[in-house]
Every structure is written in C-alpha cells, then in structure tokens.
Design a protein around this ligand. Structure first.
Ligand code: ADP
Length: 161
C-alpha cells in the first residue's frame, strides 16, 4: 500500500490544493493531508479551523484524510509510514523553494520520494495569501475555494475589516 503525505499550511485550503489532492488520490492508496501546526509564517485560521475546512473540502475523496502535525515533515512521514511526499508546483513561485526543501528532506529521509504535481492552468496563480487579500477587499473568490471555505473567509477576513 502506497501512502503519500501532502504537507502545507492550508490557510485555508483552496481549489488549487484540492486539485492536487484529487489527482494524487488516483495514484496512491492513501493521501494524508498534513496541516502544519506552526508554519513559519503568519496564519489567519487556527490549526483546528484549517483541519476542519480541509476535511470538509475533501470529504468526497474516500482515500484522503486530514491531520495536523507539529514536527519535521520527514519525522511525521516516517511515523505514518509514508513512502511519498506530494507537493504542488505553480509556474513562478514554487520551484526554488521546493527544490531546496526536497534536497534537505532527501538527506534526512532518503527513502521518501517527492512527487510534484504541476498546478492546473486554472489555479496557477492561486495562493492562500492572495486569496485572503482579494477577499479582504471584497473581491469574488467563489470559483477559487469550496463553499465552506468561502463562508469561513467571509466570517474571518471580511468582517474584520
Ligand atoms: P506551504 O506553507 O508549505 O507553502 P501551502 O499551504 O501554501 O503550504 O501549500 C501546500 C502545497 O500546495 C505546496 O506544495 C504548494 O506549492 C501547493 N499549492 C499551493 N497552492 C497551489 C495551487 N494553486 N495549485 C497547486 N499547488 C498549490
């Protein structure tokens, strides 16, 4: 059985993340979306909120589960017996950082294989950060996130303006 971890901040989960998880779920037996508890950046949603939104967003994918983690991703991957780590690559933003992290992770856990999915055309320029910015200025984000996330953003980001 091939288990893949898909780590990230997911603050909040977007259709870009869901697209990657859906595609990965067709290749691997089990996908664990691993929500990083203490990412190295400011988060708007709590860990519990990020996990709950991600769970709702992937509820229709039977082999995808969502948990939080608070350690090195390679340690978490070992704990859950994952052989694969999934990441998404957008055209401009991600390559160098992903390459750097991939090299470090390979050093720490050589058996873990990284599989990167090219972001789909519709989501190339979609990031959680940009999404929150657009939402805070009352831009329409309905095509970019599931309904539960759009509502959560409305409550959290827009009403705080
Ligand atoms: P991190 O904090 O690790 O960057 P994110 O939650 O931003 O985590 O993203 C998790 C993973 O999903 C990363 O590999 C990121 O490149 C990828 N990703 C983010 N947005 C998209 C998107 N629109 N399309 C494809 N992959 C994406």
């Amino acid at each position: 059985m091939t288990v893949a971890v898909y780590p990230g901040s997911f603050d909040p989960i977007t259709n870009g993340h869901i697209d990657v998880a859906t595609r990965a779920s067709k290749l691997f037996d089990k996908i664990i979306i691993a929500v990083y508890d203490t990412p190295n950046k400011h988060v708007v949603f709590t860990t519990e909120e990020r996990v709950e939104l991600a769970k709702t967003a992937v509820a229709s994918l039977p082999n995808v589960e969502v948990v939080s983690f608070n350690s090195l991703i390679v340690h978490f991957a070992r704990e859950v017996n994952a052989q694969v780590m999934v990441r998404g690559l957008r055209m401009s933003a991600d390559f160098e950082r992903e390459f750097e992290m991939a090299m470090m992770n390979k050093k720490l856990y050589p058996e873990l294989e990284l599989v990167c999915f090219m972001a789909s055309q519709d989501y190339q320029f979609l990031s959680s950060t940009l999404l929150k910015e657009v939402a805070s200025l009352k831009g329409d984000i309905t095509d970019l996130v599931p309904e539960c996330v759009a509502e959560a953003i409305k409550r959290k980001v827009i009403t705080k303006m």
